[in-house]
Design a protein around this ligand. Sequence first.
Ligand SMILES: [Zn+2]
Length: 257
Amino acid sequence: MVCRDVMDRLSPFVDDELDPVTSRDVARHVETCSSCAAELAMQRELQESLKRDVEYHRAPDLLRERVMRDLRAATRREAVPARPAAQPWRWLSAAAAVIAVAGGAWIVTTLPRDGGNEAAAREAVSSHVRSLQASHLTDVASTDQHTVKPWFNGKLDFSPPVTDFASADYPLVGGRLDYVQGHPVAALVYMHRKHVINVFVWPASGAREELAPAVTQRGYHVIRVAHAGMAYWVVSDLNPQELAAFARMLAAPAPTP
Ligand SMILES: [Zn+2]
């Protein structure tokens, strides 16, 4: 395993999300490679401190989310026998995995060469980290897209699309106002397992439809999406494959019931 492969896997390695063989390969590599070992130590430290912060400050939110999810699962079991709505996401995730393996180009986790994208990714990561550290993850804490979307009324001069992806295990947990490149933007907060995902949204009229490959900054992954006249920056410490699957849902949201 070369350094680049190891760097790409440090985040899931720290979270114990790798398969045993890959995990062992990463562990072996860092025993003999000081630069990867240093990066690993930094990520461990950062994730530990973020986890402490997030768990301490957001415990009520996370707990409520867990309860909501259990409730939803229970309701699902009791209600209709099959849920066709859940199928496209499963298909999407599978498709994403295939693309990730076959295409490779989707999941590029090196820094972009041009400074513009790198600066943009750095800013997105800074906003993400700030939202976790300042215990200011959400201004409006709700799993209901019909609560979160109107909350932005009057606070922004545009109306961000807000979709809950709980059925695909990416539940919406809330939203807040944030600033990107000096402009107020909508920040939508999602969870996937214990990972926080920030989605920064603002209008980009006339922008070409785009789903940029993930770039990595300080152990966080950033994916840019342009869809239906809106720009999205998706930031998380979640592994790039699952984050790309999530970004793809943003680019093609399900019709809201
Ligand atoms: Zn190395």
